[in-house]
Design a protein around this ligand. Structure first.
Ligand code: SAM
Length: 243
């Protein structure tokens, strides 16, 4: 089968994303390390450092998957704080919950199955929201951003870590070759699933670039919005505040 990603209807996209993450869940962490040469750990570390999260705060790790950010936030907020790992996909949540529990993280983490487009939390609830490599997979991104804005406390911040547009043309070319030709092969070898990794490459190419995403955040109400390119713009971290 081929996803024909560019032409699928909206409801089909959600179904396809569900299939992809049910399929990759068990091998997700291994694949992340292989495909990014471990660099995703640095991108995530940077995100935590920009979060300003302190003891006692309430954090939402949206599309949190296998919980890399949740684990770090759990230590930062301490016993008096709370981290909610929310993800739409039950397989990813299951792998995340098991991983975190096995590493002794219990007490201040909650696991919630939820769609980013319609978050099941009260208004003005979180001090910080992160969505790492998640927004790209959401069908209605404006709706999701508005939902995040609603559940953030005034003074709270949103951090979006996502693939973006490489700033230099040669880097962009090398990266395209890598993601369209090499990624699906690693996917085939390691996870016996080249289609899911072809989707990954497609979804990265389709995702809004730095300035477009910044504008989308401002359109739903975020202020003081900035972004920081990482690894030459292969990834960008966007930040915005609700005042
Ligand atoms: N944040 C983790 C990380 O950085 O390793 C996981 C990222 S993984 C590439 C993308 C995650 O987004 C998957 O776990 C997927 O289930 C989740 N996702 C996709 N669409 C979603 C939606 N509409 N609402 C919530 N989560 C969603």
């Amino acid at each position: 089968t081929h996803f024909g990603f560019r032409t699928v209807a909206k409801s089909d996209k959600a179904e396809m994303v569900a299939d992809v993450f049910h399929s990759v869940a068990a091998k997700y962490d291994l694949m992340n390390d292989l495909m990014s040469f471990g660099i995703h750990r640095i991108w995530k570390r940077f995100t935590i450092d920009c979060s300003g999260v302190r003891r006692g705060q309430r954090v939402l790790d949206l599309a949190g998957g296998t919980g890399d950010l949740t684990a770090k936030f759990s230590r930062l907020v301490g016993e008096t704080g709370e981290v909610v790992l929310a993800d739409i996909n039950s397989s990813m949540l299951k792998v995340g919950r098991e991983k975190l529990r096995n590493s002794g993280i219990i007490g201040n983490v909650k696991y919630v199955q939820a769609n980013a487009e319609a978050l099941p939390f009260p208004d003005n609830h979180f001090d910080c929201i992160t969505i790492a490599f998640g927004l790209r997979n959401v069908t209605e991104k404006e709706k999701a951003l508005a939902s995040m804005f609603r559940v953030l406390k005034p003074g709270g911040r949103l951090l979006v870590l996502e693939f973006s547009k490489p700033v230099l043309a040669p880097l962009s070319k090398a990266y395209d070759a890598y993601s369209f030709h090499i990624l699906p092969r690693i996917g085939e070898l390691v996870a016996k699933d080249s289609e899911s990794y072809r989707y990954l490459a497609e979804s990265i190419r389709m995702h809004p670039d730095q300035d477009t995403l910044k504008q989308m955040m401002e359109d739903v109400g975020f202020e003081n919005t900035t972004y920081h390119n990482l690894t030459g713009g292969i990834v960008a971290l966007h930040r915005g505040f609700k005042f």
